[in-house]
Write a protein of this length. Structure first.
Lengths: 256, 228
Protein backbone atom coordinates (compact mmCIF):
# COMPACT_ATOMS: atom_id res chain seq x y z
CA UNK A 1 0.00 0.00 0.00
CA UNK A 2 2.76 2.36 1.06
CA UNK A 3 4.81 1.62 -2.06
CA UNK A 4 1.86 2.17 -4.30
CA UNK A 5 1.43 5.54 -2.69
CA UNK A 6 5.09 6.36 -3.12
CA UNK A 7 5.10 5.45 -6.78
CA UNK A 8 2.03 7.58 -7.24
CA UNK A 9 3.79 10.53 -5.64
CA UNK A 10 6.94 10.02 -7.69
CA UNK A 11 4.86 9.91 -10.83
CA UNK A 12 3.23 13.23 -10.05
CA UNK A 13 6.56 14.70 -9.02
CA UNK A 14 8.07 13.52 -12.31
CA UNK A 15 5.21 15.07 -14.23
CA UNK A 16 5.79 18.40 -12.51
CA UNK A 17 9.48 18.33 -13.38
CA UNK A 18 8.71 17.37 -16.97
CA UNK A 19 6.15 20.15 -17.20
CA UNK A 20 8.48 22.83 -15.91
CA UNK A 21 11.34 21.57 -18.07
CA UNK A 22 9.14 21.97 -21.10
CA UNK A 23 7.61 25.33 -20.32
CA UNK A 24 9.99 27.31 -18.13
CA UNK A 25 12.69 28.75 -20.32
CA UNK A 26 15.43 31.22 -19.52
CA UNK A 27 16.29 34.30 -21.51
CA UNK A 28 19.35 36.51 -21.23
CA UNK A 29 18.62 40.24 -21.37
CA UNK A 30 20.93 43.24 -21.83
CA UNK A 31 19.53 46.25 -19.98
CA UNK A 32 20.57 49.92 -19.97
CA UNK A 33 21.83 50.76 -16.49
CA UNK A 34 19.27 53.53 -15.88
CA UNK A 35 16.53 50.89 -16.08
CA UNK A 36 18.09 48.70 -13.35
CA UNK A 37 15.48 49.21 -10.61
CA UNK A 38 12.27 48.81 -12.65
CA UNK A 39 13.72 45.89 -14.62
CA UNK A 40 14.59 43.95 -11.47
CA UNK A 41 10.99 44.27 -10.37
CA UNK A 42 9.60 43.48 -13.81
CA UNK A 43 11.72 40.31 -13.95
CA UNK A 44 10.20 39.10 -10.66
CA UNK A 45 6.65 39.75 -11.92
CA UNK A 46 7.50 38.18 -15.27
CA UNK A 47 8.60 34.98 -13.56
CA UNK A 48 5.45 34.92 -11.43
CA UNK A 49 3.18 35.49 -14.42
CA UNK A 50 4.79 33.20 -17.00
CA UNK A 51 7.15 30.81 -15.17
CA UNK A 52 9.98 31.91 -17.45
CA UNK A 53 13.18 33.34 -16.06
CA UNK A 54 14.79 36.57 -17.29
CA UNK A 55 18.50 36.85 -16.47
CA UNK A 56 19.55 40.48 -16.50
CA UNK A 57 22.85 42.04 -17.47
CA UNK A 58 23.14 45.78 -16.77
CA UNK A 59 25.55 48.19 -18.42
CA UNK A 60 25.85 51.06 -20.83
CA UNK A 61 23.80 50.76 -24.01
CA UNK A 62 26.84 51.30 -26.21
CA UNK A 63 28.77 48.50 -24.56
CA UNK A 64 25.88 46.06 -24.94
CA UNK A 65 25.55 47.12 -28.59
CA UNK A 66 29.22 46.33 -29.27
CA UNK A 67 28.93 43.02 -27.42
CA UNK A 68 25.83 41.96 -29.35
CA UNK A 69 27.60 42.69 -32.63
CA UNK A 70 30.45 40.48 -31.45
CA UNK A 71 28.14 37.57 -30.80
CA UNK A 72 27.13 38.06 -27.15
CA UNK A 73 24.36 35.58 -26.22
CA UNK A 74 21.77 38.26 -25.29
CA UNK A 75 18.28 37.60 -26.61
CA UNK A 76 16.48 40.81 -25.70
CA UNK A 77 18.10 44.24 -25.62
CA UNK A 78 16.67 47.19 -23.69
CA UNK A 79 18.61 50.22 -24.86
CA UNK A 80 18.51 53.71 -23.41
CA UNK A 81 18.06 55.17 -26.91
CA UNK A 82 16.47 54.20 -30.21
CA UNK A 83 19.70 54.51 -32.20
CA UNK A 84 21.26 51.14 -31.29
CA UNK A 85 18.16 48.90 -31.68
CA UNK A 86 17.43 50.35 -35.14
CA UNK A 87 21.06 49.82 -36.11
CA UNK A 88 20.85 46.17 -34.97
CA UNK A 89 17.73 45.58 -37.07
CA UNK A 90 19.53 47.02 -40.09
CA UNK A 91 22.67 44.94 -39.57
CA UNK A 92 20.65 41.75 -39.15
CA UNK A 93 21.33 41.09 -35.46
CA UNK A 94 17.75 41.87 -34.42
CA UNK A 95 14.38 40.66 -35.67
CA UNK A 96 13.11 43.18 -38.25
CA UNK A 97 10.38 45.52 -36.95
CA UNK A 98 10.51 44.06 -33.44
CA UNK A 99 11.65 47.32 -31.83
CA UNK A 100 9.31 49.27 -29.55
CA UNK A 101 9.53 52.11 -27.03
CA UNK A 102 9.30 50.56 -23.56
CA UNK A 103 9.85 53.76 -21.57
CA UNK A 104 10.56 57.43 -21.98
CA UNK A 105 13.58 58.58 -20.02
CA UNK A 106 13.26 61.56 -17.69
CA UNK A 107 16.22 63.73 -16.89
CA UNK A 108 16.74 65.60 -13.63
CA UNK A 109 19.29 68.18 -12.58
CA UNK A 110 20.08 66.95 -9.10
CA UNK A 111 22.22 67.77 -6.07
CA UNK A 112 22.74 65.72 -2.91
CA UNK A 113 22.44 68.97 -0.94
CA UNK A 114 18.85 69.94 -0.01
CA UNK A 115 17.80 73.33 -1.33
CA UNK A 116 20.75 73.60 -3.72
CA UNK A 117 18.95 73.13 -7.05
CA UNK A 118 15.80 75.24 -7.55
CA UNK A 119 12.82 73.75 -9.38
CA UNK A 120 13.35 75.94 -12.48
CA UNK A 121 17.04 75.19 -12.96
CA UNK A 122 18.04 78.85 -12.51
CA UNK A 123 21.19 77.62 -10.76
CA UNK A 124 22.62 76.73 -14.18
CA UNK A 125 22.81 80.48 -14.93
CA UNK A 126 23.54 81.86 -11.49
CA UNK A 127 25.29 79.04 -9.63
CA UNK A 128 28.83 79.26 -8.37
CA UNK A 129 29.79 75.58 -8.56
CA UNK A 130 33.07 73.96 -9.55
CA UNK A 131 31.83 70.73 -11.14
CA UNK A 132 28.73 69.65 -13.00
CA UNK A 133 28.40 65.94 -13.70
CA UNK A 134 26.82 64.35 -16.77
CA UNK A 135 27.09 61.06 -18.63
CA UNK A 136 29.62 61.19 -21.47
CA UNK A 137 27.68 62.65 -24.44
CA UNK A 138 29.97 60.88 -26.93
CA UNK A 139 28.14 57.62 -26.26
CA UNK A 140 25.61 57.88 -23.39
CA UNK A 141 22.05 58.96 -24.31
CA UNK A 142 21.60 60.77 -20.97
CA UNK A 143 24.68 62.85 -21.74
CA UNK A 144 23.33 63.84 -25.16
CA UNK A 145 20.05 65.17 -23.73
CA UNK A 146 21.89 66.88 -20.84
CA UNK A 147 23.90 68.87 -23.40
CA UNK A 148 20.71 69.77 -25.26
CA UNK A 149 19.15 71.10 -22.05
CA UNK A 150 22.21 73.27 -21.30
CA UNK A 151 22.12 74.54 -24.85
CA UNK A 152 18.42 75.43 -24.54
CA UNK A 153 19.28 77.48 -21.44
CA UNK A 154 22.16 79.19 -23.24
CA UNK A 155 24.76 77.97 -20.74
CA UNK A 156 26.47 75.12 -22.60
CA UNK A 157 29.67 76.96 -23.52
CA UNK A 158 29.93 78.58 -20.10
CA UNK A 159 29.54 75.24 -18.29
CA UNK A 160 31.65 73.03 -20.54
CA UNK A 161 34.90 73.63 -18.59
CA UNK A 162 33.14 72.41 -15.44
CA UNK A 163 32.07 69.06 -16.91
CA UNK A 164 32.93 65.83 -15.17
CA UNK A 165 31.76 62.87 -17.17
CA UNK A 166 30.58 59.48 -15.99
CA UNK A 167 31.02 56.46 -18.20
CA UNK A 168 27.34 55.68 -17.70
CA UNK A 169 24.48 57.18 -15.73
CA UNK A 170 25.20 55.07 -12.62
CA UNK A 171 28.71 56.45 -12.36
CA UNK A 172 27.43 59.97 -12.97
CA UNK A 173 25.04 59.48 -10.07
CA UNK A 174 27.96 58.38 -7.84
CA UNK A 175 29.85 61.59 -8.64
CA UNK A 176 26.88 63.67 -7.45
CA UNK A 177 25.68 61.49 -4.55
CA UNK A 178 29.17 61.47 -2.96
CA UNK A 179 29.19 65.27 -3.21
CA UNK A 180 32.31 65.36 -5.39
CA UNK A 181 30.28 67.17 -8.03
CA UNK A 182 27.94 69.76 -6.52
CA UNK A 183 25.24 68.89 -9.04
CA UNK A 184 24.68 66.86 -12.17
CA UNK A 185 22.27 65.51 -14.76
CA UNK A 186 21.05 62.09 -13.67
CA UNK A 187 18.08 59.84 -14.40
CA UNK A 188 14.89 60.72 -12.54
CA UNK A 189 14.58 56.98 -11.84
CA UNK A 190 17.75 57.17 -9.72
CA UNK A 191 16.43 59.80 -7.33
CA UNK A 192 12.68 59.18 -7.27
CA UNK A 193 10.88 58.03 -4.13
CA UNK A 194 8.60 55.32 -5.54
CA UNK A 195 5.88 55.90 -2.95
CA UNK A 196 5.43 59.64 -3.39
CA UNK A 197 6.72 60.00 -6.96
CA UNK A 198 8.86 62.93 -5.82
CA UNK A 199 12.61 63.36 -5.45
CA UNK A 200 13.63 61.27 -2.43
CA UNK A 201 16.57 63.30 -1.11
CA UNK A 202 18.69 66.32 -1.95
CA UNK A 203 17.20 68.81 -4.41
CA UNK A 204 16.46 68.77 -8.10
CA UNK A 205 14.86 70.20 -11.19
CA UNK A 206 12.80 67.67 -13.16
CA UNK A 207 13.50 68.80 -16.70
CA UNK A 208 10.51 69.29 -19.03
CA UNK A 209 10.50 67.03 -22.10
CA UNK A 210 10.33 69.96 -24.51
CA UNK A 211 13.88 71.09 -23.66
CA UNK A 212 15.47 68.12 -25.38
CA UNK A 213 14.88 65.70 -28.25
CA UNK A 214 12.56 62.72 -27.58
CA UNK A 215 14.16 60.28 -25.18
CA UNK A 216 12.66 57.05 -26.42
CA UNK A 217 14.17 54.07 -24.63
CA UNK A 218 13.77 51.31 -27.19
CA UNK A 219 13.87 47.54 -26.84
CA UNK A 220 14.38 44.95 -29.55
CA UNK A 221 14.13 41.17 -29.91
CA UNK A 222 17.48 39.82 -31.06
CA UNK A 223 17.85 37.04 -33.64
CA UNK A 224 19.34 34.79 -30.94
CA UNK A 225 16.04 34.93 -29.06
CA UNK A 226 13.67 34.70 -32.01
CA UNK A 227 12.87 31.04 -31.28
CA UNK A 228 12.99 31.22 -27.48
CA UNK A 229 9.48 31.34 -25.92
CA UNK A 230 10.90 33.13 -22.85
CA UNK A 231 12.39 35.95 -24.94
CA UNK A 232 9.19 36.37 -26.92
CA UNK A 233 7.13 36.31 -23.72
CA UNK A 234 9.34 38.97 -22.11
CA UNK A 235 8.92 41.32 -25.07
CA UNK A 236 5.15 40.85 -24.75
CA UNK A 237 5.26 41.27 -20.97
CA UNK A 238 7.12 44.60 -21.25
CA UNK A 239 4.03 45.99 -23.01
CA UNK A 240 1.59 44.60 -20.41
CA UNK A 241 -0.30 46.77 -17.88
CA UNK A 242 1.66 45.16 -14.99
CA UNK A 243 4.99 46.16 -16.50
CA UNK A 244 3.75 49.63 -17.45
CA UNK A 245 2.64 50.29 -13.87
CA UNK A 246 6.12 49.42 -12.62
CA UNK A 247 7.80 51.53 -15.32
CA UNK A 248 5.71 54.58 -14.38
CA UNK A 249 6.25 54.02 -10.67
CA UNK A 250 9.99 54.37 -11.17
CA UNK A 251 9.60 57.74 -12.83
CA UNK A 252 9.67 56.85 -16.51
CA UNK A 253 7.16 58.10 -19.05
CA UNK A 254 5.18 55.94 -21.47
CA UNK A 255 4.50 56.53 -25.13
CA UNK A 256 0.74 56.06 -25.09
CA UNK B 1 46.06 58.15 -37.40
CA UNK B 2 46.18 59.71 -33.95
CA UNK B 3 44.11 62.86 -33.53
CA UNK B 4 45.40 65.85 -31.50
CA UNK B 5 43.00 64.79 -28.72
CA UNK B 6 44.55 61.31 -28.71
CA UNK B 7 48.04 62.77 -28.49
CA UNK B 8 46.93 64.96 -25.57
CA UNK B 9 45.72 61.90 -23.69
CA UNK B 10 49.05 60.16 -24.35
CA UNK B 11 51.05 63.12 -23.06
CA UNK B 12 48.84 63.40 -19.99
CA UNK B 13 49.19 59.67 -19.32
CA UNK B 14 52.99 59.80 -19.41
CA UNK B 15 52.95 62.88 -17.18
CA UNK B 16 50.78 61.16 -14.58
CA UNK B 17 52.85 57.96 -14.78
CA UNK B 18 56.19 59.81 -14.46
CA UNK B 19 55.15 61.83 -11.42
CA UNK B 20 53.46 58.83 -9.81
CA UNK B 21 56.58 56.68 -10.36
CA UNK B 22 58.85 59.26 -8.73
CA UNK B 23 56.50 59.53 -5.75
CA UNK B 24 56.20 55.75 -5.47
CA UNK B 25 60.00 55.40 -5.40
CA UNK B 26 60.25 58.13 -2.75
CA UNK B 27 57.65 56.59 -0.46
CA UNK B 28 58.13 52.97 -1.52
CA UNK B 29 61.87 52.74 -0.88
CA UNK B 30 61.79 53.40 2.89
CA UNK B 31 58.66 51.27 3.17
CA UNK B 32 60.25 48.36 1.30
CA UNK B 33 63.46 48.73 3.33
CA UNK B 34 61.49 48.60 6.57
CA UNK B 35 59.48 45.59 5.35
CA UNK B 36 62.68 43.78 4.32
CA UNK B 37 64.48 44.38 7.65
CA UNK B 38 61.82 44.40 10.35
CA UNK B 39 60.75 41.62 12.65
CA UNK B 40 57.78 43.65 13.85
CA UNK B 41 54.40 42.04 14.28
CA UNK B 42 53.01 44.74 12.00
CA UNK B 43 54.99 43.45 9.01
CA UNK B 44 52.21 41.08 7.93
CA UNK B 45 49.54 43.76 8.24
CA UNK B 46 51.51 46.37 6.26
CA UNK B 47 52.43 43.79 3.60
CA UNK B 48 48.77 42.91 3.24
CA UNK B 49 47.71 46.56 2.94
CA UNK B 50 50.36 47.28 0.29
CA UNK B 51 49.25 44.24 -1.73
CA UNK B 52 45.52 45.06 -1.52
CA UNK B 53 45.28 46.87 -4.87
CA UNK B 54 46.47 43.65 -6.55
CA UNK B 55 43.35 41.90 -5.35
CA UNK B 56 40.65 44.58 -5.17
CA UNK B 57 38.71 45.35 -8.35
CA UNK B 58 39.79 48.83 -9.50
CA UNK B 59 36.19 50.03 -9.45
CA UNK B 60 35.97 49.18 -5.74
CA UNK B 61 39.17 51.08 -5.00
CA UNK B 62 37.96 53.95 -7.18
CA UNK B 63 34.63 54.14 -5.41
CA UNK B 64 36.22 54.15 -1.94
CA UNK B 65 38.66 56.83 -3.05
CA UNK B 66 35.74 58.90 -4.36
CA UNK B 67 34.04 58.61 -0.96
CA UNK B 68 37.20 59.19 1.12
CA UNK B 69 38.52 62.09 -0.98
CA UNK B 70 35.09 63.68 -1.43
CA UNK B 71 33.84 66.71 0.53
CA UNK B 72 32.23 64.48 3.19
CA UNK B 73 35.14 62.01 3.39
CA UNK B 74 37.93 61.95 6.00
CA UNK B 75 40.71 62.83 3.56
CA UNK B 76 38.47 65.25 1.68
CA UNK B 77 37.81 67.23 4.87
CA UNK B 78 41.53 67.32 5.60
CA UNK B 79 42.45 68.61 2.12
CA UNK B 80 39.69 71.23 2.37
CA UNK B 81 41.04 72.29 5.79
CA UNK B 82 44.46 72.63 4.17
CA UNK B 83 42.82 74.93 1.65
CA UNK B 84 43.53 72.83 -1.47
CA UNK B 85 39.92 71.76 -2.01
CA UNK B 86 38.98 68.19 -2.84
CA UNK B 87 41.10 65.89 -4.98
CA UNK B 88 38.68 64.03 -7.30
CA UNK B 89 38.51 65.37 -10.88
CA UNK B 90 41.95 67.01 -10.55
CA UNK B 91 45.37 66.08 -11.89
CA UNK B 92 46.67 65.79 -8.31
CA UNK B 93 43.82 63.41 -7.45
CA UNK B 94 44.75 61.26 -10.43
CA UNK B 95 48.37 61.08 -9.23
CA UNK B 96 47.31 60.18 -5.66
CA UNK B 97 45.00 57.43 -6.93
CA UNK B 98 47.74 56.08 -9.24
CA UNK B 99 50.29 56.01 -6.43
CA UNK B 100 47.98 53.98 -4.20
CA UNK B 101 46.97 51.68 -7.02
CA UNK B 102 50.44 50.90 -8.41
CA UNK B 103 52.34 50.88 -5.10
CA UNK B 104 52.64 47.07 -4.82
CA UNK B 105 54.42 46.97 -8.18
CA UNK B 106 57.13 49.20 -6.73
CA UNK B 107 57.33 47.98 -3.14
CA UNK B 108 57.40 44.26 -3.87
CA UNK B 109 60.42 44.15 -6.25
CA UNK B 110 62.31 46.55 -3.95
CA UNK B 111 61.51 44.48 -0.89
CA UNK B 112 62.64 41.31 -2.67
CA UNK B 113 65.96 42.79 -3.73
CA UNK B 114 66.61 44.30 -0.27
CA UNK B 115 65.95 40.93 1.31
CA UNK B 116 68.27 39.24 -1.21
CA UNK B 117 71.19 41.47 -0.14
CA UNK B 118 71.22 39.87 3.30
CA UNK B 119 73.09 40.90 6.45
CA UNK B 120 76.73 40.41 5.40
CA UNK B 121 77.34 43.49 3.21
CA UNK B 122 75.64 45.65 5.86
CA UNK B 123 77.77 44.24 8.65
CA UNK B 124 80.91 44.69 6.55
CA UNK B 125 79.96 48.33 5.97
CA UNK B 126 79.33 48.81 9.69
CA UNK B 127 82.81 47.47 10.59
CA UNK B 128 84.21 50.11 8.23
CA UNK B 129 82.28 52.68 10.31
CA UNK B 130 79.84 53.61 7.58
CA UNK B 131 76.73 55.36 8.91
CA UNK B 132 73.38 53.63 8.17
CA UNK B 133 72.54 56.33 5.63
CA UNK B 134 75.95 56.02 3.96
CA UNK B 135 75.52 52.24 3.89
CA UNK B 136 72.17 52.59 2.20
CA UNK B 137 73.41 54.91 -0.54
CA UNK B 138 76.86 53.32 -1.16
CA UNK B 139 76.11 49.65 -0.55
CA UNK B 140 72.41 48.87 -0.70
CA UNK B 141 71.41 51.02 -3.66
CA UNK B 142 74.10 49.74 -6.07
CA UNK B 143 73.35 46.15 -5.04
CA UNK B 144 69.62 46.64 -5.41
CA UNK B 145 69.89 48.43 -8.76
CA UNK B 146 68.02 45.72 -10.69
CA UNK B 147 65.26 45.94 -8.08
CA UNK B 148 64.99 49.70 -8.56
CA UNK B 149 64.87 49.27 -12.35
CA UNK B 150 62.17 46.62 -12.12
CA UNK B 151 60.17 48.71 -9.65
CA UNK B 152 60.35 51.85 -11.82
CA UNK B 153 59.41 50.05 -15.04
CA UNK B 154 56.56 48.07 -13.50
CA UNK B 155 55.24 51.07 -11.54
CA UNK B 156 55.32 53.27 -14.63
CA UNK B 157 53.83 50.67 -16.96
CA UNK B 158 51.08 49.73 -14.55
CA UNK B 159 50.08 53.37 -14.12
CA UNK B 160 49.89 53.78 -17.90
CA UNK B 161 47.62 50.75 -18.08
CA UNK B 162 45.25 51.57 -15.24
CA UNK B 163 41.64 52.22 -16.11
CA UNK B 164 38.98 51.56 -13.48
CA UNK B 165 40.41 53.82 -10.80
CA UNK B 166 41.14 56.78 -13.07
CA UNK B 167 37.70 56.52 -14.63
CA UNK B 168 36.09 56.79 -11.20
CA UNK B 169 38.35 59.40 -9.61
CA UNK B 170 39.20 61.38 -12.73
CA UNK B 171 35.81 62.16 -14.23
CA UNK B 172 37.04 61.90 -17.82
CA UNK B 173 37.93 65.61 -18.27
CA UNK B 174 39.80 66.43 -21.52
CA UNK B 175 43.41 67.60 -20.94
CA UNK B 176 43.04 67.23 -17.18
CA UNK B 177 42.15 63.68 -16.29
CA UNK B 178 41.37 61.88 -19.56
CA UNK B 179 44.19 59.37 -19.86
CA UNK B 180 44.84 57.02 -22.77
CA UNK B 181 43.01 53.98 -21.38
CA UNK B 182 39.86 56.07 -20.85
CA UNK B 183 40.22 57.54 -24.35
CA UNK B 184 40.40 54.05 -25.87
CA UNK B 185 37.29 53.08 -23.95
CA UNK B 186 35.51 56.23 -25.18
CA UNK B 187 36.41 55.42 -28.77
CA UNK B 188 35.05 51.89 -28.40
CA UNK B 189 31.84 53.09 -26.74
CA UNK B 190 31.32 55.69 -29.49
CA UNK B 191 31.90 52.92 -32.06
CA UNK B 192 35.03 54.66 -33.40
CA UNK B 193 36.87 51.39 -33.78
CA UNK B 194 39.59 52.67 -36.12
CA UNK B 195 40.68 55.35 -33.65
CA UNK B 196 40.50 52.82 -30.84
CA UNK B 197 42.75 50.43 -32.80
CA UNK B 198 45.46 53.04 -33.27
CA UNK B 199 45.68 53.85 -29.59
CA UNK B 200 45.16 50.30 -28.37
CA UNK B 201 47.74 48.95 -30.82
CA UNK B 202 50.22 51.55 -29.64
CA UNK B 203 49.64 50.63 -26.02
CA UNK B 204 50.03 46.94 -26.85
CA UNK B 205 53.38 47.63 -28.49
CA UNK B 206 54.44 49.75 -25.52
CA UNK B 207 53.55 47.06 -22.97
CA UNK B 208 55.29 44.36 -24.95
CA UNK B 209 58.47 46.43 -25.32
CA UNK B 210 58.55 47.25 -21.62
CA UNK B 211 58.11 43.63 -20.58
CA UNK B 212 60.63 42.45 -23.19
CA UNK B 213 63.23 44.85 -21.82
CA UNK B 214 62.42 43.70 -18.32
CA UNK B 215 62.73 40.01 -19.03
CA UNK B 216 65.69 39.98 -21.42
CA UNK B 217 67.68 43.03 -20.26
CA UNK B 218 67.53 42.14 -16.58
CA UNK B 219 68.09 38.44 -17.08
CA UNK B 220 70.76 38.18 -14.44
CA UNK B 221 68.98 40.04 -11.65
CA UNK B 222 67.44 38.04 -8.85
CA UNK B 223 64.25 40.10 -9.09
CA UNK B 224 63.60 39.53 -12.76
CA UNK B 225 64.18 35.88 -12.03
CA UNK B 226 61.55 35.96 -9.35
CA UNK B 227 59.01 37.58 -11.64
CA UNK B 228 59.12 34.61 -13.97
Amino acid sequence: MFYKHLIHCLFIFGLVIWESATWAETTLVAVASDFTKPMNEIAVEFEKATGHVAKLSFGSSGKAFAQIQSGAPFEVYLSASDKYPLELEKSGFAVVDSHFVYAIGKLVLWSATPGYVDDQGEILKTGNFKHIALADPSHAPYGVVAEEVMKSQGVLDKLRPLFVMGENISQTFQFVSTGNAELGFVAFAQVVDIHSGKIASGSGWIIPNNLHSPFNQTAVLLKTGAENPAAIALVKFLKSPEARTIIEKYGFGLLH
Amino acid sequence: MLSPADIDTLLLTFKVASIATILMLLFGTPLAWWLARTHSAWKGVINAIVAMPLVLPPTVLGFYLLVLLGPAGVIGRFTQWLGVGTLPFTFAGLVVASVLYSMPFVVQPLQASFTAIGEQPLEAAATLRASPLDTFFSVVMPLAKPGFLTASILGFAHTVGEFGVVLMVGGNIPDKTRVVSVQIYNHVEALEYTEAHWLAGGLLLFSFTVLLVLYTGLKTSPVAHQLK
